[in-house]
Design a protein around this ligand. Structure first.
Ligand SMILES: Nc1ncnc2c1ncn2[C@@H]1O[C@H](COP(=O)(O)OP(=O)(O)OP(=O)(O)O)[C@@H](O)[C@H]1O
Ligand SMILES: [Mg+2]
Length: 636
């Protein structure tokens, strides 16, 4: 700005000289015109004009010289005044102000603030140049920096730099530099701002912004991670949804979902097959299309109730319902319904299975089971009859012997008696003959008597056992006596073996029971021992013992035969289980025994056996029959 002012002053003086010349020429021109009018005084006029011109030129030169002198004086006064004026202004300024020489760069004036900050006295400063206090500058670089000011390319410069204090510390500054070439001497005025605080603030701002940036970056990374995770979750959700849809579609059961007012929302492939509707046809329609009118009305009222009250848990165990196909045909279905809540709306999921075939199978199975039960009952009956038949055969054989002997003895007696009568009639009967006849008659009678008694005994026991086996009437028996009778009836079979059977226990044990059942049980046990426990001709010992307490009687039956493998033992009570099917075993003996002990006698039975360890069957039955025969359940 100072530089501009100088130029203006120069321009003003040139303009003044030109104006004066123009005025002079104008006067000369006017005067020449006057002289042209007055030709007679031309020489005088010309001389006068020259004189006037000279006076003008002289006067101008004088004025100009005086003005220049005055200007110079004023400039000198101003030069002294600049520093003085500046000194006052500078000292009062908040800024640090340095004035230094335009050529030597030596400091001319430094204000109070600057001296206080930089730590030098004014005397020190006068010995220093502007670049001495700037550690970042050499003389050359400084000259280079201020060149635009010096050559007038810039009117001022603003740049950041650093100042070094007397104590060596360095602080950042903002320099606002001006060049005043018109000053004498030309000077630079530098207005300095200590920007330590700004720098610190800027640093803090940078740090803050860096930390902010970092946090933004971290947060962005975190958000990106979250977004990626969310994407992954969504992807997984989509996958699981599609899997669920696939599973639902590949399920054998029909899946139908409905909303709270019964509109079908989804309909899987199995449902399409079951009901004959395509998913497109069914979705959006009322669920009532899948049921006959009555269940449809029930379903509707359920949904209305649910809508009104929000109550009614649909998660119920599966139940059998009648469903309706598109073609109107109905079928028996198993339905289980569950509900789930999502965003305040309830969706019901129905899983439907056509159970027509299953029901038919169940029906057939029931029929087959009934047939089996009937067959089993028939077999049990047949077994009874067979054992009765066996008994009859055995008894017949047994009775045959004494009766045969009796008949033989009686025939012999009859024959001898006829002979004796004939001899007596013809007078040939001798005393010795008669004596022999009497002896023979006594002997034969004894034989007949003994054998008839034996037969009678056999018939009595046969009758008793046979009646018991077929009638199933309960009565009180003396247990051991009754078992004796059973064993007697089994004598034909036992006799053929080398086995010894012993019966032990108190003879006064009495029980109220079905004797026929007891007979069948003992017969089965003995026959099993004879058939399965021993080979032909084996010696062995079968022991039957009975004990009692207040309530029960325990019958222990054991043989010392071959015993059973674990596999056989665990199945011994199963119906139709036999290891002798080829030899006519039906596998019902032990099953009937089990059933009768449990069901008919209200007792229980266990079987212990191991290979070569014999078999022991322990039967516990109440001494009094308390209830009617019942179902035995499954054998254990
Ligand atoms: N005392 C025993 N010793 C060894 N094995 C035995 C004995 N009692 C039964 N068993 C085994 O148990 C099986 C089943 O006996 P169960 O009486 O039920 O049928 P079964 O005797 O084979 O035929 P049946 O119906 O003619 O009696 C027999 O086949 C046999 O293997
Ligand atoms: Mg048997």
């Amino acid at each position: 700005m100072v530089r501009d002012h100088g130029r203006k002053k120069k321009n003003d003086s040139i303009t003044g000289v030109i104006a004066m010349l123009v005025v002079s020429l104008a006067i000369v021109f006017l005067f020449s015109l006057y002289l042209a009018a007055w030709r007679s005084h031309a020489i005088f006029a010309s001389v006068l004009i020259v004189i006037i011109l000279c006076v003008f030129v002289f006067a101008y030169a004088l004025v100009r010289g005086l003005r220049l002198l005055n200007d110079k004086r004023r400039t000198e006064t101003q030069a002294v005044g600049v520093t003085a004026r500046l000194g006052r202004i500078l000292d009062d300024s908040w800024n640090e102000i340095y004035v230094f020489h335009g050529d030597s760069y030596l400091f001319l004036q430094v204000n109070r603030g600057a001296l206080a900050n930089i730590g030098y006295s004014m005397e020190d400063m006068e010995r220093l140049t502007a670049y001495d206090i700037k550690p970042d500058f050499s003389r050359e670089s400084f000259i280079e920096t201020v060149r635009p000011l010096r050559n007038g390319a810039e009117s001022f410069l603003i740049f950041e730099s650093r100042h070094q204090r007397k104590d060596g510390t360095i602080y950042p500054v903002e320099v606002r530099l001006q060049y005043l070439p018109d000053e004498d001497p030309p000077i630079f005025v530098a207005v300095i701002n200590d920007i330590t605080k700004q720098k610190e603030s800027a640093q803090k701002i940078i740090e803050l912004s860096e930390s902010l940036e970092r946090r933004v970056e971290e947060r962005t990374a975190q958000l990106q991670k979250e977004a990626a995770h969310r994407l992954q979750v969504q992807e997984r959700l989509r996958e699981s949804e599609s899997k669920t849809r696939q599973i639902v579609n590949s399920a054998m059961d029909g899946f139908v979902t409905i909303n709270e007012i019964g509109t079908i929302l989804s309909f899987n492939v199995a449902a399409e097959k079951l009901f004959g509707y395509s998913a497109n046809e069914a979705i959006g329609k009322s669920v009532a299309i899948l049921m006959p009118p009555e269940p449809a009305a029930k379903c509707k009222s359920y949904l209305e109730h649910h809508l009104e009250t929000g109550h009614g848990n649909a998660n119920v165990a599966s139940r059998e319902v009648i469903a309706k196909r598109k073609d109107g045909r109905t079928f028996l279905a198993e339905l289980s319904v569950s509900d789930f809540q999502h965003n305040d709306t309830v969706t019901f999921v129905g899983i439907i299975r056509d159970i027509t075939a299953r029901k038919e199978d169940e029906y057939k199975l029931k029929g087959a089971l009934q047939d089996l039960r009937n067959t089993q009952a028939e077999l049990v009956q047949a077994e009874k009859m067979a054992s009765l038949g066996g008994l009859v055969a055995g008894i017949a054989h047994e009775i045959n012997t004494p009766l045969g002997i009796g008949v033989t003895a009686a025939s012999h007696l009859d024959e001898q008696a006829r002979e004796t009568v004939r001899k007596f009639a013809v007078g040939e009967l001798k005393k010795s003959d008669f004596q022999a006849f009497i002896d023979m008659a006594v002997h034969s009678t004894a034989i007949i008597n003994a054998n008839l008694r034996r037969a009678s005994s056999l018939i009595r026991s046969f009758k008793q056992v046979a009646v018991d086996q077929s009638s199933e009437e309960k009565r009180t028996i003396r247990l051991l006596d009754y078992i004796d009778e059973i064993l007697l009836s089994l004598q034909p079979q036992i006799k053929r073996t080398a086995l010894e059977i012993t019966l032990e226990g108190a003879r006064d044990i009495e029980i109220e029971t079905y004797p026929g059942v007891l007979s069948q049980i003992v017969t089965n046990l003995v026959m099993n021992s004879l058939l399965h426990a021993y080979d032909e001709g084996d010696e062995g010992h079968i022991e039957i013992s009975a004990t009692m307490d207040e309530k029960n009687v325990e019958i222990s039956y054991s043989d010392d035969g071959k015993g059973m493998s674990e596999e056989v033992r665990t199945q011994v009570f199963e119906p139709f289980f036999t290891t002798r099917r080829n030899s006519g075993g039906s596998g019902l003996g032990m099953h009937i025994l089990y059933n009768q002990i449990i069901r008919t006698l209200g007792g229980h039975v266990t079987c212990e056996s191991a290979p070569a360890q014999g078999t022991r069957v322990v039967i516990t039955i109440p001494r009094r029959l308390e209830c009617e025969p019942q179902d035995a359940g499954e054998p254990q």
